[in-house]
Design a protein around this ligand. Sequence first.
Ligand code: GLN
Ligand code: ZN
Length: 771
Amino acid sequence: MSTAFPAATIIGYPRIGPHRELKRAVESYWAGESTAAQLEDTTRRLRLNSYGHLAALGLGESTSAIPASFSLYDQVLDTAATFGVVPDRFRDLYDDDGRLGLDAYFTLARGDAGRQPLEMTKWFDTNYHYLVPEIGPGTRFTLANNWILRNVEEAAEQGFTVRPTIIGPVTFLLLSKAADEAPAGFDPFSRLDDLLPLYVQFLEQLAEAGAQWVQLEEPALVADQAVPTAELADAVERAYRLLAAAKERPAVLVTTQYGSLGGLLPILGSTGIDALHLDLVKGGLPPAADLAALGDTTLIAGVVDGHNIWKADLARAATTLSTLTASVSRVSVATSTSLQHVPHSVEDEPQLNRELRTWLAFADQKVEEVVTLSRLVDHSPAGTIDAAIAEASAVLAARAATEGVIRSEVRARVGSLTPSDFTRVPYPERSAAQETALQLPVLPTTTIGSFPQTAEVRSARARFLRGDLTAEQYTSLMQEEISRVVALQEDLGFDVLVHGEPERNDMVQYFAENLDGFDVTVNGWVQSYGSRCTRPSILWGDVSRPDAITVRWAEYAQSLTEKPVKGMLTGPVTILAWSFVRDDQPLGETANQVALALRDEVSDLERAGIRVIQVDEPALRELLPLRKSLQPDYLTWSVASFRLATAGATPATQIHTHLCYSEFGAIIDAIDGLDADVTSIEAARSRMEVVHDLQGQQFARGVGPGVYDIHSPRIPGEDEVVELVEKAVRHVPARQLWVNPDCGLKTRGYTETTESLRNLVNAAIRVRAQL
Ligand code: GLN
Ligand code: ZN
């Protein structure tokens, strides 16, 4: 139990494999193209390779510095499986020994013919998504899955002493939701005392399996929670005193990524746990008095940013470490967060601009930074990392001085903005002008932008990229696709058309490729959820728009029809949220630069005859700070950047926005503040429940609650859509309502899309006739 914690560690490592091996392995298993044994074999190799790799990078084989952070799908689901937390509708997934096996696990994640999977939701302020456990008063906690144990044993057989990781009890319950059968007002958090004994048993099993350290993850403690602070503090204290008092257990490390523990630091720090990890990048340095409460609990200092891709400022990290070592008896060095949010290695990006490459640190490079810094706490002779510090400082200085990082014309334009640049004329005036210009029926129909991306479209893009198609050939293929999409919408009877976005690989990367100040990677994948990965672009310099981006496609689509075609842009906040962003200036400043580029695009679209323009902001909520005290500032700059992007439009141009979710709660005022003429949101999955939130809001402009759940291949019947629209009409004045799907159709096939859209338009026509 008194094993010293290693001087260097990371909180978690990418699980997808250097070339997305995990994705391919699980997807082929799901498709029935490989066996469970083959899947196990591939993932075993992935795990062991990454241990070997991390050991070689300097974490060592036998010190528990390597986290066993692998997951087949999601770490919250792993924790739910470990403790047998399964909703009633899935009770039959247990095998005869009361165990949850591989197929049970995937069924919870993905559902099956008759059953909804666990809900998926955003993991703190990241673009990773986890599965939400469902807990009721009767949920029976049992040790139902032993993969975490098995991974410890598997590693030991190959000579690695790894550190198993699991979500801690407090965070696990805070992230869970009440099961369907639970009585109103039931809070899963009330089950803490029932769950803790299972954690104790689990720790005993881990000790038996040879684990010297275990990592319990408690990121929920850095976010403001609905549970009152005093109650939360009490629960944290009770939980960890109990776990620390377990007789047979590994040493316990509690990790707290994504922010500051605030007042919980001294409480958690004095429960008798053996080590506490703090995110010092997001959370900042805690007060010395709080640190003093750690006593001989080792402080794991998260000084290397695990959530972004820039090389660390080693000088600054060294200063932080020396402050810490002055007030805490034992300090180790770590990343601020799991490295699951960054790609594997800069080595895999040989094509990147040479200079940019020297500024970057992906997962492997961050491991090296941690190892370097650990020499400062490892009782090595002082000063041994001076050379590394000098080198890192030189990189930062070179980066700051590189052309394009600061562009005076961009700075001057942002500097000269005045309040009027952020404001359109009042809505009633706009709405009158738009009515005249657009002549739309009541309950107008539209889609969210993308149409199914067919194999032909994707192959045309790939061939063009490889140089196998000329620009002319590519353009004419895209135009053919656009004319098909326009004809289809005319045929179905839509009121506001789209061009279908066939030319876009991704709604953010497409803009990144066409703006100055960005670069894109070829292998920079990070896990978004399950087997899905995204490839964030890199925003490294001042942003400007060398040329119009979307205009030629929109203009072409508009030339094919009398109906208005909706121009389609991605908003500034979403562009930032789904890219790796520069860390050398406040995000709000970067957002305004992106907004100005989009503002120019808006006016070019107008000039090309586009009368409706949608600016998507599905990520507005994602960047919302976890602490309430930090939210107003974020909402101020994010809303302002959207307004800056759109307020140059003339009153007669109708500005739409789209958000992918419907839990507005915290941000309803911000959404209203966007001042968009029309806002489309997700609503079909929750059967239009969102209208209750919209009712009575000051939200007086257009709103399109989705009536077709595009996340599933299921075709909604016409009657079903009629019901949803009727429900909406009962709560929101019909003249404000739009009829549209939940989101873009990119991932759907044409067969189900066409039929669903036909039902959607016909339903709108039917309800219209009843008004
Ligand atoms: N316009 C985008 C599309 O339809 C919006 C996607 C999104 O909201 N994520 O694909
Ligand atoms: Zn969406």
